[in-house]
Write a protein that binds this ligand. Structure first.
Ligand code: FAD
Ligand code: ZN
Length: 511
């Protein structure tokens, strides 16, 4: 059956060799800091809150607590903590603290709170909305030394770790026990579990595992005043009162600093397959998705879409090619399960049926690890291509599927010659669109042409202005587009109660 199916595709055998060498997947993100962005406070005209500046007496306290080696004050060493991954934001922090324990975080926060020093919690600093980048001279609390796995119950799959563990390291540890972390994203080589939880990160396999609200069982959090909140339950079910831990999932460091996380991990799938397909138009993409859900929902892990401009970018800037030639749209489908034969049979039948119905024009399918990674690399490396395409405005929307690509078409029309290219790709299976716009150079005029238009359009299409990246610094002023005034009031009251001096990550989320 599989052979028959394969014969129906053109280029099947040759295409995989076109994709670069099989090295792929996890990216350890290197921050290239040759060109420095302007200070965020100047670019965005932000007024500094009424906080203290870090003085010698504060330094003395921090040195005594952490020692010289766990404090960064050297200007050049501070750069990577002050400049975001896309090099579009720049803070002016003069100090980075690297605690190792919850108790140290507690002492730092208690001291900062008493001295009215603003803080910016930072994980792997891969966030794309500026949540982890200081704006003024906030004290950066980096979790990079809080990287211990505390326990793993191999039977239940419950993992407890410190917040600074790197996602990829945790997943590699779990792989040895035949388990998998229920989250995967392109920045896994650098992002921290605490950062993931604080942004409620989505990524590539939400379709199968759901979002983090369902997978995080417990948290340990240090509050603004230094008091440690032990919410580190490892129970799957616990309906005793308000679900406090959920408040911190996606709070972007504005309500507390996460120090430990307990996560429900899953069995590592025994059989994984990836299909990479070429399609004529977006209508066919949707038909293919609906059929995919109907035919193999129980083994569907990912359904990603990539449009032509995005594939062209990957080709031009990264030298990677579509393995099946050129098509208006591409879809990457991953299935995973426990029975190789069963999964293959289902996928083959589905693909055959899509071909017969003309939903898809061409494609290839593989279950070999190297080839599978090579195909995923096409999708996961897209953000690296943007880094080489002038200045890129990046967006992350949730949309009802019937409106998903309308927004991209609208933006193309709206931008006209002002943009170099408008790209549409993303986690279609979750209704999550990444819409990026590249221009030769950032100008405030172009920025004004794009925003708020793009967000208003998103709301018009009944979508959300942030599907998985959060509000951070860059989107916080658009909160009012998404939430009613009553909801914002409740959010502000929660913030006031938990952080009365407003020291935790100011200028973020609530603005
Ligand atoms: P940071 O960037 O350091 O911080 C993010 C936010 O969390 C900040 O507000 C920060 O203050 C807060 N924070 C960090 N640690 C803590 C803590 N311990 N306690 C309290 N607050 C904390 N995101 C997705 O959702 N899906 C994707 O598919 C995806 N793909 C990406 C691909 C690339 C190449 C890149 C560069 C980014 C991608 N992202 C994606 C965005 C980013 O990786 C995620 O938002 C990630 O979860 C951020 O984790 P981090 O450790 O880097 O956090
Ligand atoms: Zn994404």
């Amino acid at each position: 059956m599989r052979v028959t199916f394969r014969k129906m595709f053109k280029n099947v055998c040759t295409f995989l060799s076109c994709i670069s060498s099989g090295k792929s997947g996890a990216l350890t993100l290197k921050k290239c800091l040759h060109s420095k962005p302007n200070f965020t406070k100047n670019n965005y005209n932000i007024i500094r809150g009424n906080y203290s500046h870090v003085e010698e007496e504060h330094l003395y306290y921090f040195r005594k607590l952490l020692g010289e080696t766990r404090i960064v004050t050297d200007l050049s060493d501070l750069e990577k903590y002050n400049v975001d991954w896309h090099k579009s934001l720049r803070g002016g922090s003069t100090i980075v603290l690297k605690p190792k324990t919850t108790e140290e975080v507690s002492k730092i926060l208690s001291f900062c709170n008493s001295n009215r020093l603003a803080v910016c919690p930072q994980g792997g600093h891969t966030g794309v909305v500026g949540g982890g980048t200081p704006v003024f001279d906030e004290v950066v609390i980096s979790t990079e030394l809080m990287n211990e796995i505390i326990s793993l119950d191999e039977k239940s799959g419950v993992l407890t770790c410190q917040a600074g563990c790197i996602l990829q390291n945790v997943d590699e540890y779990l792989a040895e026990k035949n388990l998998v972390f229920p989250l995967d994203l392109g920045a896994k080589g650098s992002c921290h579990i605490g950062g993931n939880v604080s942004t409620n990160a989505g990524g590539l396999r939400v379709l199968k595992y759901g979002n983090l609200h369902g997978n995080v069982l417990g948290l340990e959090v240090v509050q603004a005043n230094g008091v440690i909140l032990d919410l580190l339950s490892t129970l799957k079910k616990d309906n005793t009162g308000y679900h406090l831990k959920n408040l911190f999932i996606g709070a972007e460091g504005t309500l507390g600093v996460l120090t430990k996380v307990a996560v429900q991990c899953r069995q590592r799938p025994k059989s994984v397959h990836v299909a990479f397909l070429g399609l004529q138009n977006f209508h066919q993409v949707l038909k293919t998705f609906y059929k995919c859900k109907q035919d193999m929902d129980e083994i569907l892990t990912a359904f990603e879409v990539i449009d032509t401009p995005t594939m062209t970018l990957v080709n031009e800037k990264l030298g990677m090619q579509s393995p099946i030639g050129d098509y208006p749209f591409y879809v990457l489908i991953e299935t995973s399960g426990s029975n190789e034969e069963h999964d293959q049979e289902k996928l083959d039948a589905f693909l055959k049926s899509c071909l017969l119905k003309n939903f898809i024009l061409n494609g290839t399918v593989t279950g070999e690890v190297g080839k599978l990674k090579a195909i995923w690399a096409l999708r996961e490396k897209i953000p690296q291509g943007f880094a080489k395409d002038g200045y890129v405005f990046m967006y992350d929307m949730s949309l009802p599927l019937h409106n998903y690509y309308k927004l991209v078409d609208d933006m193309r029309e709206h931008m006209g010659k002002l943009s170099h290219r408008v790209f549409g790709f993303g986690h279609l299976g979750d209704g999550n669109l990444h819409l990026n716009i590249s221009v030769q150079k950032y100008t405030p005029e172009i920025a004004k042409h794009i925003e708020p238009f793009i967000f208003e359009r998103t709301v018009h299409y009944k979508g959300s202005v942030s599907a998985e990246h959060g509000m951070g610094f860059l989107k916080s002023k658009y909160l009012g587009l998404m939430k009613s005034q009553e909801s914002i009031n409740v959010m502000r009251n929660i913030k006031k109660m938990m952080d009365p001096n407003g020291i935790l990550n100011p200028y973020k989320t609530l603005g």
